[in-house]
Design a protein around this ligand. Sequence first.
Ligand code: PEP
Ligand code: MN
Length: 255
Amino acid sequence: MPETLKQKLKVSKQDPLLITGPCSAESFEQLHETAKRLKTQDVCHLFRAGLWKPRTSPNAFKGIGAQGLDWLIHIEKTLNIKTCTEVVLPSHVHDCLRAGIQFFWIGTRTTVNPFLIDLLADTFRGVKDIHILIKNPIHPDLNVWLAAAERFYKKGIENISFIHRGFAQYPVHTYRYDPIFQLVETFKKIIPECELIFDPSHIAGELHKIKSLVKIAQSMGIYDGYMIESHYNPLEALSDKNQQILPSNIKDLFV
Ligand code: PEP
Ligand code: MN
């Protein structure tokens, strides 16, 4: 039987699952300070931080890479919070599994690529006790999102959840990425049993738009949890600095 993230992390049915942490792992201090504050605020069931960052510009910060794995494991051991990171290539998966990471997300630019998804599914094949979160494809195509899950499923990887992070649009309107809520409602109708996580950070692109998105998501009643980017010093963040929230402000999003 597939296990949900909530079951695995022992989050009760009525509480929203909170996946929080910075966009990117930048330094041991940044990661640890952010995680400590999230823990103090009691707003982190699963800590997130990207080690390998798919960036638009070749000149942007590409992530700290495998060096950050020790930092994530240190957080798991000292703060007793499980961690997750994005994997794009089989080598990322090998590095993570060697370090003992059990939770992974597939980024929006990876979900669209059947060759990469097949390679990742092959790499995870037979590995026990892991959970994969699949972000929606960057373009609004439900079949691509479903097919990515099917590719994992066919290789025996059944612990899968989904992240709604919005869709690319031109020209850009209210949000950096268009949420297209009706498309995700349809997705939920197709697989009603799926565990669905809402990522207002990447949809909004700007901090002040996150709370109203959370309100919409709450009113829809289809989401099991939230992935929210958080940084102890957002203004200094090396990626997605406009959308990261201070750990001490997360609770306010839900009141
Ligand atoms: C992220 O979560 O920081 C990220 C890069 O995700 P996405 O694939 O949604 O852009
Ligand atoms: Mn980000």
